[in-house]
Design a protein around this ligand. Structure first.
Ligand code: ACO
Length: 697
């Protein structure tokens, strides 16, 4: 896949220059000096020879087939070069040149023309506005980056060329090897998805790293990531996440959504490891590239001081790792050589006067304990310890270890040499314990992802014909918001349980209806124009008798007449009051990049003030729906606190899955809230009390 970009037999550099100040010179120089073994053709109308290679005035004059062309001529000349590529059978082109859609409408038009031409000729394009490509296995550096990384197993792709340059420099400084570097540029043709898939197939790449600002085709990206992440870890840092998209939303779900929720959900659902910072990206990369995954969550910490050990323990407490107590047999073995003041709990504190021998003996014992799945070694440079000797001992033992070992030697001057030893022996080392724990945690989470069973989906019977009819009638009336009775029909068509409900046009009708339904009742304004019923004084709950119903009818209708005089009032809805239910909110919104998203949260202040909500991209699998319920901070409230009966989690799960199916079946639903869904005690289901649905044509 995209083979000519990474392992071409021949490369032409169009715009190669004799002038060392030009980018075309740098690219040719990089191709030549790092040992690329294929044929190299500089293309320049004014030169005979560049960097020892015969130059050609154009692609047509090159005597043999060209697999890859790297283009570094000014923007107006790129179209012409592309035509030459098409006519001369070049199917893979890297366009380094800037000045396209990133510059504004004119550049965008030029890029559009370029894309059309490329499609006509069947040419694949990387860029424009990119740094190029590096593949260490074929010793190809078709970029204008300063330097060539060491060979290794990390593949990196980036939407920002500058980030490629920064990572390359870091890699050179830290002795970290890479398989591939790909600068995506404007992603006119080749996107992150294709690069991810190609790295998935590349046998030299074991870990895929990415820096992204946008994602082109969300569903396709998720599908590809899900596929690749089942064999290789994908670690991505995503910048440029704002809630701008949420501003115009009219529902709760819409207002709480935003691109950050969408991509976080997408990453989670497709197995991508999300790096929150550049530091985390680097930190995870070296751990994944150099260590085996932990078999389980049990972490042992070895330290020569209390403070860093506690920091690491705290970080581990916040993660999925467990600091399990050291079992007796292991503790007995440690006791044989550790001083009586050492702590044999976990963290294992071998105390301040520990020498490299004490570290070595302790690590040896810990590595033998099969109940421990990962080891973190901490050191603070006391006068008693020679950090480099400790590093050497660790490196010696790590070679045959069957569990991951990471290190955090705190300080700078006195641990610099030790860090270098770790780098040379591919042992992940971090400046601070928290970073080391975060890397191990990412590895554990990835292992759990690999062990997850195939996603299971539930399909429900739904009266889609009825839904289509309601939507058609709403659109015919030039409306986008469904009134409550319409929303109820939609929910009913999808099998939601609804409270009994009838419209009363007079006080007398309201009283009669209430006694038919049975007290207590809820009353709500019935109007196509009142969206925020409670805010407008259009809702009364807990009405126990005739007098209360009469008063409520009067109050509700007067409130609306006063606060929204233009609203059409159809009457007042009298509704069965569900008791002993806990209020939750379920919703649908649409993300520009990923499509339908489902939201879940507890109702009331939990959603409005605390914004304690979880999002996932639809369609939801059963496991994803369950995970999103458990994701919210207030989940313990649903399980029941202080003797309360637990809420019916299965009822929420069922609601989320039905809503997810609805979102997929009807792309015209742009926003929907079921607010509240009243969740009864365990085993008694849930009732959709109120819903708001917005559609477009
Ligand atoms: N065929 C072959 N050679 C050509 C052609 C052509 N059609 N047209 C021009 N050339 C030659 C020129 O003769 C020149 O060679 P010479 O120096 O021997 O005369 C060479 O191509 C370059 O042309 P120049 O007009 O000198 O253009 P220059 O090198 O100044 O700029 C460049 C070209 C680098 C592509 C520029 O337009 C550009 O886009 N720069 C920005 C690149 C960039 O930043 N990309 C994103 C990187 S990612 C990041 O941000 C790190």
């Amino acid at each position: 896949m995209l083979q000519h970009f990474f392992n071409p037999s021949s490369v032409a550099v169009v715009g190669a220059s004799q002038n060392p100040a030009k980018i075309g010179h740098d690219i040719l120089n990089n191709i030549v000096r790092y040992g690329y073994g294929g044929a190299v053709y500089p293309i320049n109308p004014r030169a005979q020879e560049i960097l020892g290679h015969k130059a050609y005035p154009d692609l047509a004059t090159v005597p043999s087939k060209i697999d890859l062309a790297v283009v570094a001529v000014p923007a107006p000349a790129v179209m012409d070069v592309l035509e030459q590529c098409g006519k001369n059978g070049v199917d893979s082109v890297i366009v380094i040149t800037a000045g396209f859609k990133e510059t504004g409408p004119e550049g965008a038009r030029l890029e559009e023309r370029l894309a059309t031409q490329a499609r006509e000729f069947g040419i694949r394009i990387l860029g424009p506005n990119c740094l190029g490509v590096i593949d260490t296995a074929s010793a190809l550096n078709a970029s204008f980056a300063a330097g060539m990384p060491l060979g290794g197993h990390i593949g990196f792709f980036s939407q920002s060329g500058a980030m490629c340059v920064a990572i390359l420099d870091w890699a050179l400084g830290e002795n970290v090897g890479f398989s591939r570097f790909v600068s995506l540029g404007n992603k006119m043709d080749i996107s992150e998805t294709e690069i991810m898939l190609s790295m998935g197939q590349d046998e030299n790449t074991r870990v895929i790293l990415g820096y992204l600002e946008s994602i082109e085709d969300g569903p396709r990206f998720m599908k590809a990531a899900h596929h690749v992440s089942k064999t290789k870890p994908i670690i991505i840092i995503k910048s440029g996440t704002t809630s701008a998209g949420a501003k115009a939303a009219s529902s709760h779900t819409g207002a709480l959504a935003g691109s950050e929720h969408a991509y976080r959900a997408a990453f989670k659902q497709s197995g991508i490891i999300h790096a929150e910072s550049m530091q985390a990206l680097f930190g995870y990369a070296i751990a994944f590239a150099n260590q085996s995954l932990p078999e389980g969550p049990s972490l042992a910490i070895i330290t020569n001081s209390g403070g860093p050990g506690i920091l690491a323990a705290d970080a581990s407490d916040r993660s999925s790792l467990h600091l399990t107590p050291i079992r007796k047999e292991t503790a007995d073995r440690l006791r044989e050589f550790l001083p009586p003041t050492a702590s044999l709990y976990n963290p294992i504190d071998i105390i301040g006067d520990a020498s490299h021998e004490r570290y070595e003996k302790t690590l040896k014992v810990i590595l033998k304990d099969q109940l421990i799945h990962a080891v973190l070694i901490l050191l603070t440079p006391t006068a008693a310890v020679d950090a480099e000797s400790v590093a050497r001992e660790i490196a010696g033992l790590a070679k045959d270890a069957d569990k991951p070992i990471v290190t955090a030697f705190m300080g700078e001057k006195r641990v610099r040499g030790a860090r270098k030893i770790f780098q040379d022996h591919a042992i992940p080392t971090y400046d601070y314990p928290e970073d080391a724990v975060a890397a191990l945690n990412a590895m554990l989470r990835y292992r759990q992802w690999l062990e997850k069973p195939e996603k299971q989906y539930r399909r429900f019977e739904a009266n889609t014909g009825k839904v289509r009819k309601v939507f058609a009638s709403v659109i015919k009336q030039h409306r986008h918001d469904l009134i409550e009775s319409e929303a109820r029909q939609i929910l009913k068509a999808y099998g939601f349980r609804l409270p009994e409900n009838r419209i009363a046009r007079t006080t007398r009708e309201a009283v009669a209806t209430a006694s038919e339904i049975g007290y207590p009742v809820v009353m709500k304004i019935a109007s196509p124009d009142v969206l925020h019923k409670s805010d407008m004084g259009g809702v009364r709950v807990g009405l126990e008798n005739e007098a209360m119903v009469e008063d409520a009818f009067f109050e509700i209708t007067s409130n609306i007449q006063l606060r929204q005089p233009r609203a059409r009032i159809l009457g007042v809805m009298v509704q069965e009051m569900i008791q002993r239910g806990r209020e939750v909110i379920l919703g649908i919104t649409r993300d520009i990049q990923f499509g339908p998203m489902i939201m879940f949260g507890l109702g009331g202040i939990y959603v409005e003030v605390l914004k304690d909500v979880a999002f996932r991209i639809a369609p939801l699998s059963v496991e994803e729906a369950d995970a999103m319920i458990r994701d919210i901070r207030s989940f313990p409230l649903l399980r029941g606190v202080r003797g309360e009966a637990p809420a019916d989690i299965e009822g929420i799960l069922d609601g989320l899955l039905r809503l997810s199916q609805m979102a997929i079946d009807f792309p015209e639903i742009i926003e929907a809230d079921i607010n509240p869904l009243l969740v009864c005690p365990e085993g008694q289901g849930a009732v959709a009390v109120d819903a708001r649905i917005t559609i477009h044509e």
